[in-house]
Design a protein around this ligand. Structure first.
Ligand code: ARG
Length: 479
């Protein structure tokens, strides 16, 4: 098959070169964007008088027919045609003849691929935002049912202070919100239109770049042709945002793995989203959260891969950048699937309140409340209060009880030798109440704290933010 660029060549390229040089095996994913870009380019060519209306009509209907064939799996992507751009152009010419040969006027594959790939990246960021928002929605629905469900809040993976389960899920959502914001901002920053940059220096045809930009829903044309054909920051922005998102997902997944273990038992994964062991009949394995945790490896790898490809490239276009696509495709597809399955997993898991409560009663989680009581009600210095609390915990342990379970009488006998307080006996019944796990959680009512009221207002704030974010999702360039 003769190459579209074969004019100055005496011999056909080797099959080995075809195999090495081609990107069509993967860049065929860009076909929608290539056709959309070509139709818009052709319309612009007609506006500036390069094509007549007859030629434009032939090109448009030819491209639409090709789109239909690709959609129905009836189009072949021969490797000799190198990439999606040449495959479509040569199919067009073989269908409509001479007019097809004019389509590539006033553009180069360099600005063509920059446009196609940028549109793919922008649309993918919108699809991912919408999936994150759906996940947040699910998590907030669960959170709002569990604003009084106690579980141990941890630091160093050790029981620390009682929190409610809704509050923990809101913490997840707060990180997911930053992911949406990162995607929003990369969409805005990169929503600039590169076509009309030509190979690197612009074109002599008077391309109406503003018009194309407007037609394709960009903010504006890119500033500088040389930068436009060599810039892949938009792809790196996305890879970075997805690496961060993947990191957040891996942290949630890790908690799901822990929580579904016999040691925690805080959740039960539904059978639909758990797997068995080929040898141990009793087992139910959390493969889904484990894989979610593992996928972050790819996402980081893909970011590193493109950063390395781009490093030290001189201006302007270099074929190295053909290596940009697979990393991005992989990260986008991995992320979309991960978000979807994480949402389904959370929707279908059961929440084991009694196991959470039982765990909350382990580790004297209201110890800080005792120290705070000694400071606030008895005028003891915090360091001293810290020490006294340690002694009371030793007392509780000697009785095999949790601090939250000590009676007023027991508290009195534990504290009597440690503090000089006149009315100790009258204070201990209110102290016992304060040391209950429920009051300990409710006492943390500072802005952003775990009390039920604060948790509910965090849920409300996230909901109203998510509603706005959803409403302002950018429109897709193609679908
Ligand atoms: N397949 C190429 C890529 O993805 C398209 C651009 C080719 N341009 C060129 N001058 N060889 O980068």
């Amino acid at each position: 098959m003769a190459k579209l660029w074969a004019g100055r060549f005496g011999a056909d390229p080797s099959a080995l070169l075809d195999k090495f040089n081609a990107s069509i095996t993967f860049d065929k994913k860009l076909w929608r964007y290539d056709i959309l870009g070509s139709i818009t380019h052709a319309r612009m060519l007609e506006r500036i008088g390069v094509l007549d209306s007859n030629e434009l009509a032939l090109i448009e209907s030819g491209l639409q027919e090709i789109a239909r064939e690709i959609e129905h799996g009836e189009f072949s992507f021969p490797i000799e045609l190198e990439d999606i751009h040449m495959a479509i152009e040569s199919a067009l010419t073989s269908r409509i003849g001479e007019a097809g040969k004019k389509l590539h006027t006033a553009r180069s594959r360099n600005d063509q691929v920059a446009l196609d790939f940028r549109m793919y990246v922008l649309d993918s960021s919108v699809q991912i935002m919408s999936k994150i928002l759906a996940l947040i929605d699910t998590l907030l629905a669960i959170a709002s049912k569990h604003t009084t469900t106690l579980l141990p809040g941890m630091t160093h993976l050790q029981h620390a202070q009682p929190v409610n389960f809704g509050f923990h899920l809101v913490a997840w959502c707060a990180s997911l919100r930053r992911d949406v914001e990162r995607l929003e901002s990369l969409h805005t920053r990169n929503n600039l239109m590169p076509l009309g940059s030509g190979a690197l220096a612009g074109t002599p045809y008077g391309n109406d770049r503003e018009w194309i930009s407007e037609q394709l829903g960009f903010r504006a044309p890119t500033l500088n042709a040389m930068d436009s054909v060599s810039d892949r920051d938009f792809a790196l922005d996305l890879l970075y945002a997805l690496a961060m998102l993947g990191m957040h997902i891996s942290r949630m997944a890790e908690e799901l793995v822990l929580w579904s273990s016999s040691e925690f038992g805080f959740i039960r994964l539904s059978d639909e989203y758990a797997t068995g062991s080929s040898i141990m009949p009793q087992k139910k394995n959390p493969d889904v959260p484990e894989l979610l945790r593992g996928k972050s490896g790819r996402l980081y790898g893909n970011l590193t891969r493109l950063l390395v490809v781009m490093k030290s490239l001189p201006l302007a276009y270099n074929k190295d950048t053909q290596e940009d696509k697979e990393a991005v495709f992989d990260s986008v597809e991995t992320t979309l699937l991960s978000l979807e399955i994480l949402q389904a997993l959370c929707e279908s898991m059961s929440i084991e309140k009694s196991a959470m409560l039982k765990a909350t009663k382990m580790g004297h989680l209201s110890a800080t409340d005792l120290a705070d009581f000694l400071v606030q009600e008895c005028g003891v210095a915090f360091r001293e209060a810290h020490h006294i609390t340690g002694r009371v915990i030793a007392y509780a342990e000697s009785k095999s009880r949790d601090l939250s379970e000590l009676s007023p009488k027991e508290l009195e006998s534990a504290l009597r030798p440690l503090v000089q307080i006149q009315n100790l006996a009258t204070l201990t019944s209110s102290l016992a109440k304060k040391l209950s796990l429920e009051s300990s959680m409710q006492a943390r009512k500072s802005l952003g704290g775990t009390s039920t009221k604060q948790t509910k207002s965090q849920i409300a704030a996230l909901r109203s933010w998510a509603k706005k974010a959803h409403k302002h999702l950018p429109t897709l360039k193609a679908h």
